[in-house]
Design a protein around this ligand. Structure first.
Ligand SMILES: O=P(O)(O)OC[C@H]1O[C@H](O[C@H]2O[C@H](CO)[C@@H](O)[C@H](O)[C@H]2O)[C@H](O)[C@@H](O)[C@@H]1O
Ligand SMILES: O=c1ccn([C@@H]2O[C@H](COP(=O)(O)OP(=O)(O)O)[C@@H](O)[C@H]2O)c(=O)[nH]1
Length: 459
């Protein structure tokens, strides 16, 4: 079997047990540790003359490098996270475009492809991840790399009317066509991509389902990222930490609501806090009987839009607690700190509600983890945004619109009153979906299709 080479901007922390607040790192790490291979990407450092470092841990060889300050500013902080991220999450209002940053983004992709080339063997399968690396395959082809190269987009793909706001959208999307296979989280994302290719650039859908555009022939598919349910079950059962703040039955009868998100405007945190306040106002009988834990590790904190969402949340949390707390009751616990997975899974298991309400999200692994961590005999309820990719599979969650504050408040009330039989039915239905599309299925289906696809010969 050919060796797997994974390339992503973010590489999971190499030290076991260290928290990786981000679904890509969590998912790719779990996928790679089964098959082994190389994981190539940025080590998270900014340095003047970044050396390349190689480290073998188990069956994974981590090859990582730092970025110069200029590269970091233009490629990561700039074009990736101030242009592509907001636009791909349908937030034109928060996006900016700077031509120098775009050029920096292209330059870093070229540099990364050059550094990867000497590590490759002819039959390696190369799997590139996410929006930071859209032009990576084109750079590889320029360098004469002929290996199979697949791309998986972890975030949503917006409709053409939104995408075309990016001034060099044509040039950027052309680079995507150098991949052999392009994977999306949902069919909505894949259709938006197909729409762009057929309407904007007159691409053609071939009889075998493949696409031809810009003289390249390639395939697209849907591969929803999943979790490892048995492992999550076990973690959830075993974490009984001393400082565990939530106990469903013993110390207190108080029920808990939990949310875990990177502190990102796409996650709908402000809207969620407002919905929680509306819930306590409209259903005062729940006051004192419920506490809401929001874990929100800071993310991309040097991007301006992330600083402003943080200030908004601090003010909203202070407002709720200032107005409603009592000496023996704090309605909202807002923690800006990342937590280890084993702790999170324990917290999920003991929470009565998983409150997952992004305004737009590629998948949202937390939604799947919350369900997988539940006690099958007495499961909690998932309240889930219709705009998370996960809502396509977890149709037995209480599906809400995150722009509807009162609707979310009512869903919290309904979840807290839900009879055990209904909670079990919904849980079992969701677990079937989670098991059917687990993390191995994501990896195996994508790699099977990448290996199988015979494209038209490339010039
Ligand atoms: O690397 P960062 O800038 O610190 O951000 C963390 C990651 O966030 C995004 O995760 C996405 O991937 C998840 C797994 O497929 C998916 O469930 C979620 O909906 C996405 O938002 C981002 O796409 C990654 O590149 C980042 O590493
Ligand atoms: O303090 C934290 C916060 C999050 N996570 C993990 O980070 C991932 C977040 O992935 P998700 O798809 O929900 O969102 P993303 O951050 O990738 O947009 C999940 O596996 C979480 O369990 C973690 O390990 N520690």
């Amino acid at each position: 079997m050919s060796r797997l080479v994974v390339v992503s901007n973010r590489v999971a922390p190499i030290k076991a047990g260290k928290a990786a607040a981000g679904g890509l790192a969590v998912g790719v790490y779990d996928a790679l540790r089964q098959s082994g291979g190389i994981w190539f990407g940025w080590n998270g450092d900014i340095s003047a003359d970044p050396p390349i470092n190689s480290e073998q841990v188990g069956n994974i060889t981590y090859v990582t490098l730092g970025l110069t300050k200029r590269d970091y500013d233009q490629y990561y902080r700039g074009f990736s996270n101030a242009t592509l991220w907001p636009i791909f999450h349908y937030r034109i209002d928060l996006a900016r475009y700077d031509r120098d940053e775009y050029e920096g983004y292209r330059r870093v992709n070229q540099m990364l492809a050059q550094k990867l080339k000497p590590l490759l063997k002819p039959d390696d399968i190369i799997w590139i991840h996410d929006y930071h690396l859209i032009p990576f395959a084109e750079e590889c082809r320029r360098l004469g790399i002929r290996n199979r190269i697949g791309f998986f987009l972890h975030i949503p793909f917006p409709p053409p009317e939104i995408l075309t706001v990016i001034p060099p959208h044509n040039e950027l999307l052309k680079t995507l066509c150098y991949y052999d296979l392009i994977g999306f989280q949902t069919e909505t994302d894949r259709l938006a991509f197909q729409d762009y290719m057929t309407r904007e650039v007159r691409g053609v859908i071939e009889a075998d389902g493949s696409l031809t555009a810009y003289g390249q022939n390639f395939r697209s598919g849907v591969y929803p990222i999943g979790v490892v349910p048995n492992e999550i079950q076990q973690l959830g059962e075993t974490y009984k930490g001393r400082r565990h703040p939530m106990r469903r039955t013993s110390d207190t009868a108080r029920k808990t609501i939990i949310s875990v998100d990177r502190l990102d405007y796409s996650k709908g945190l402000v809207e969620r806090f407002k919905a929680y306040e509306a819930f306590l106002d409209r259903f005062p009988e729940h006051r004192r009987n419920v506490e809401f834990f929001q874990i929100a590790p800071t993310s991309r904190s040097d991007v301006r839009t992330y600083q402003s969402i943080r200030r908004q949340l601090e003010s909203e949390a202070g407002h709720i607690n200032g107005r409603l707390s009592d000496l023996d009751w704090t309605p909202l616990h807002y923690l800006n700190k990342s937590h280890e997975r084993r702790i999170l899974m324990g917290l999920f298991r003991s929470a009565s509600i998983g409150f997952v309400t992004p305004l737009r999200d590629g998948m949202n692994l937390v939604a799947k983890e919350y369900v997988a961590a539940q006690n099958p005999e007495d499961p909690g309820v998932l309240v889930l945004s219709r705009f998370a990719g996960a809502a396509r599979e977890l149709t037995s969650a209480l599906i809400v619109n995150p722009y509807d504050c009162i609707g979310m408040a009512e869903a919290l009330d309904r979840a807290l009153r839900m009879p055990l039989a209904e909670r079990r039915d919904r849980y079992e239905h969701m677990m079937r979906a989670i098991r059917a599309a687990d993390l191995s299925a994501w990896r195996d289906n994508f790699l099977r299709d990448l290996r199988a696809f015979v494209s038209q010969p490339r010039e």
